[in-house]
Design a protein around this ligand. Structure first.
Ligand code: ATP
Ligand code: MG
Length: 340
């Protein structure tokens, strides 16, 4: 069977990269797969979060899932901390994974910067908790942005090492030798890595200190237009073919955003706008972004006006997620040799 799992951190303002690279792609998967979409609040606190702000961001992300078209009747939507088995399995994985594997993660290096001795231990162990999120449901596929590819590889490494380290015990318990599946990432489309509007070499992120670097899902039309019009670009007009975007990171990014929002290819976008300057393309992109994002923002605001309903959806989702996670942990406990 195929099972989808994916999670997003409630760690700041959701942005266009989260939408195009992840949330939007979660929706059609509901037609073909059993889907579990998580608000990973335990990941968020790997970097300190104001508690009130964490609650706000948890509800905002849930509202974004719903507004984008994730159906809480068909899919499971819940917040990670409610299902304790994530933390329990993460501990076992901390004992399976090697410190060297964690030290090689580019996300850790980027987020820790020069300060790597003084960030939380949780930030280093982040991929181990992520592997637990996925594998506690034995998910087969994980739709994510391109930046998570390395973490998915590590998830496979952890699954393979667990299956191997405990092979005899897995056999003795009469379980499948591939106890944990080797989960595949689903990274596809023209928007797998949206870049910062200020710096074409950095990905758009919630944690970027500059609000101008990203288009937030709750930005109003005016803010969206201003950010796009001020986005860093070179002075050249747009090329007529995709080849011409090579070495022009900012131009490539804006054309990619247009293509993703319009459900077209970059080639199609350039067939229309090739030869045009930014004075033509940026306003067209701003109008398109507003047309796509404004109705979703309105729906998010409508949902956020009733936090009790949102909290109820998260509670109900956790009730459905928990039995799946419990069944996996029951086996893991026996495999590892815990009594009781
Ligand atoms: P943070 O800076 O706190 O890590 P983030 O913006 O990277 O925040 P995450 O919660 O880490 O967001 O990631 C949520 C999902 O969004 C993941 O699937 C990730 O791959 C995807 N994603 C994040 N940034 C981008 C981006 N710039 N382009 C495409 N997908 C992205
Ligand atoms: Mg991230």
């Amino acid at each position: 069977t195929n099972r989808i799992f994916s999670g997003i951190q409630p760690s700041g303002d959701l942005h266009l990269g989260n939408y195009l690279g992840a949330i939007r792609r979660f929706v059609p998967l509901q037609d073909t797969h059993e889907c579990i979409y998580c608000v990973v609040d335990m990941h968020a606190i790997t970097v300190w979060q104001d508690p009130e702000e964490l609650r706000r961001a948890t509800r905002e992300l849930t509202a974004a899932y719903l507004a984008a078209g994730i159906d809480p009747k068909r899919s499971i939507i819940f917040n990670q901390s409610r299902v304790h088995q994530h933390a329990e399995l993460a501990w076992v994985f901390n004992c399976v994974a090697r410190i060297g594997w964690m030290n090689r993660m580019t996300q850790f290096k980027d987020k820790a910067g020069k300060n790597s001795e003084n960030v939380s231990l949780g930030l280093l162990a982040y991929p181990s908790l992520m592997a637990a999120d996925i594998l506690v449901y034995k998910a087969t596929h994980v739709p994510v942005g391109d930046d998570q590819k390395q973490h998915l590889e590590l998830t496979r490494d952890i699954a393979a090492k667990f299956n191997n380290d405990y092979a005899a015990s897995i056999r003795a318990e009469g379980l499948e030798p591939e106890f944990f599946p080797l989960t595949e990432p689903l990274i596809a489309g023209p928007a797998t890595r949206i870049m910062s509007l200020r710096d074409g070499s950095k990905k758009m992120s919630k944690s970027d200190p500059s609000d101008q670097s990203r288009i937030s899902l709750l930005d109003d039309a005016d803010a969206i237009s201003k950010k796009i019009k001020r986005a860093t670009t070179d002075p050249e007009p747009l090329p007529s073919e995709v080849e011409g975007l090579k070495g022009r990171a900012e131009a490539d990014n804006l054309v990619g955003i247009y293509a993703a929002l319009a459900d077209r290819t970059k080639a199609e976008v350039l067939a229309e706008y090739g030869g045009q300057g930014w004075g033509v393309f940026k306003p067209a992109l701003a109008d398109l972004a507003v047309a796509v994002l404004a109705p979703m923002a309105d729906e998010m605001r409508r949902l956020l006006a009733d936090p009790a309903t949102i909290d109820g959806i998260l509670a109900e989702g956790a009730e459905r997620a928990r039995p799946i996670a419990q069944a996996t942990m029951k086996d893991v406990r026996r495999i590892v040799g815990f009594i009781g």
